[in-house]
Each structure stands twice: as C-alpha cells, then as structure tokens.
Design a protein around this ligand. Structure first.
Ligand SMILES: NC(=O)c1ccc[n+]([C@@H]2O[C@H](COP(=O)([O-])OP(=O)(O)OC[C@H]3O[C@@H](n4cnc5c(N)ncnc54)[C@H](OP(=O)(O)O)[C@@H]3O)[C@@H](O)[C@H]2O)c1
Length: 257
C-alpha cells in the first residue's frame, strides 16, 4: 500500500431502537443486510440475542426511559466503534384507546416516556458523535397518528405529534452540523405486538384492528423505506415520508372486505 492509498472503508454504524420486534427488528435486519454495523436496541435481551445470532447485529439491551442505560449504550458504541453514522429511533408504541374524558394518567405517561422522552434521550446522547461524524443521520419513526387525531387516539396522538415536533426542531437546530433528520410516518402496520400491547393483551381485539384489510403494511414494508432513506446519499433528505397501505386512504377510511 502506498502512503496515499485510501484507508479501507469501514462499515457505517447504526443504532436501531425497537429492534426486538416489528418495524425495528425488520429495519435492523435489513440494515445489517446492507453491510452496516448495527446495534440492535430494546429491553428484551433474549430476542436481541436471537436476532444477533441469526443476522450478525450487535445485541445492546437498553431501557430508553433510563438515562444511565442510554449513557452506557452511547459509551459502549463509541468505545467499540469510535463513531456513529445513524440513529434510528423506532422504539415507541401506544397504550389504550380511551377518549380524553377517560384518559388514564399511567397510559399517557408511558406513551410520553417512550415515544417522546426516550427518543429525546437517545438523540441527546448521540448528538455530539453525530455532529463530529459530519454526515450523521437521525431517523425518527412517528406515525400517521402524528398528523391526524382520531377519537380514542388522544394520548398516542399527543405523544406522536410531540415526537414529530421534536423532529422538526432538531432538523432546524442541527443543519449547521450537516445532520440529516428523517421522519417516517406509517399508517396501519400489522406488526405482532403493537395492537396487542395497546389493547392490554386482548388478542381478539388486536385482530379486529386489521380485520378484513387484505394488505396492511408489514414491518418489512416500513423497514425497506427506513433503510432506503438512510442509505441514500447523505445530502438527500426524505424529511417526512408518510406511508400507508393503499386500503387506508385516510386514518378514518380503511377498506375492509
Ligand atoms: N404498528 C403500527 O401500526 C404502527 C404505525 C405507525 C407507527 N408505529 C410506530 O412504530 C414503532 C414500532 O412499532 P411496531 O409496531 O414495530 O412494534 P411494537 O410492538 O409497538 O414495538 C415497540 C418496540 O419498542 C421497544 N420498546 C418499548 N419500550 C421500550 C423501552 N422502554 N426501551 C427500549 N425499547 C422499548 C420494544 O422492545 P422491548 O419491549 O423489547 O423493550 C419494541 O421493540 C413505534 O414507535 C410505533 O409507535 C407503529
């Protein structure tokens, strides 16, 4: 090798939250398939370990509502890789379908903790390294629920609208650091746990969410869009992508056969 020969390129490094199931897992899997070094983040270590074994992602158990765990994750990634190229904030979710008049404090607090504060904590922790990178990316997985409210959606709408607002503020604040900020906002996605968790483990009620919809989005449909957005040349920013199944013309209009 001559002195001027280029250093062998190292794989870009991503931190993907929500990687134990659904959209996050599918995204971690696909990004790894593109040759990235992927830290797969969620609380359930057993699921992350299985994904690591199967795909070669790095399992990194972390509760994003606990500051010390987020700091430890950041320190680990930087100690092992010395850099981070992309942070994909996919952890999140909904609890309950109560109308505002019946809202349960604990459900609303949970939705804020995970969707809003969790996303903020990860972003804050990794921001210095993303700035230093010079071509960093943050992708936040919000929702159609971040754009249109619906009856029984108040708590989730409020949390996802907040996550959307934070995403816009971040884009404005960090453009001087060349940070690319992407928001992906899916409609109806048939993932294994989202509706089950929202509806307190009631499997029949969860099935009714997707009943008669021939082709709701799958985790992998959304993962493809996330990975496409993150692997585009860095100066191209898909700053807000709304992705719905064709059968869902609007949040309130879903064709069921
Ligand atoms: N499914 C839909 O229709 C839909 C539509 C639009 C947007 N979304 C959004 O898409 C994202 C993924 O949802 P999904 O449907 O794929 O599945 P999901 O079952 O809701 O998955 C949620 C993920 O978040 C992780 N998580 C929850 N609390 C956490 C915590 N305290 N710390 C770290 N990770 C935590 C979970 O992992 P652990 O339990 O292992 O921690 C899991 O991997 C969410 O932000 C959701 O709001 C979903």
């Amino acid at each position: 090798m001559t002195e001027t020969a280029p250093v062998a390129p190292t794989a870009p490094v991503a931190v993907v939250t929500g990687a134990s199931t659904g959209i996050g897992e599918a995204t971690a899997r696909r990004l790894r398939g593109e040759g990235w070094t992927v830290y797969a983040v969620a609380r359930r270590e057993d699921r992350l370990a299985a994904l690591a074994e199967e795909t070669g992602v790095i399992a990194a158990a972390c509760d994003i509502t606990v500051e010390a765990e987020v700091t430890a994750l950041r320190d680990r990634v930087l100690a092992e890789q010395g850099r981070v190229d992309a942070l994909l904030n996919i952890s999140g979710g909904a609890r309950g379908t109560d109308r505002v008049g019946d809202a349960k404090d604990e459900d609303w607090a949970w939705m804020y903790e995970v969707n809003v504060l969790g996303t903020m904590r990860l972003t804050r922790a990794f921001l210095p390294a993303l700035r230093e990178n010079g071509e960093g990316t943050v992708l936040n997985l919000t929702s159609l629920a971040a754009q249109r409210a619906y009856e029984g959606g108040g708590g989730y709408n409020a949390a996802k609208f907040a996550e959307h607002a934070m995403t816009e503020a971040l884009r404005l604040e960090e453009v001087e650091h060349n940070l690319r900020v992407i928001e992906i906002a899916p409609g109806l996605v048939h993932t294994p746990e989202f509706s089950l968790n929202r509806l307190g483990g009631d499997a029949e009620a969860a099935d009714r969410v997707y009943a008669g919809v021939e082709k709701p989005l799958t985790s992998d449909d959304v993962a493809r869009v996330c990975v496409f957005a993150v692997t585009l040349p860095h100066h191209v920013d898909l700053d807000l992508v709304t992705i719905k199944p064709v059968a869902q013309a609007a949040p309130h209009k879903v064709i069921r056969r």
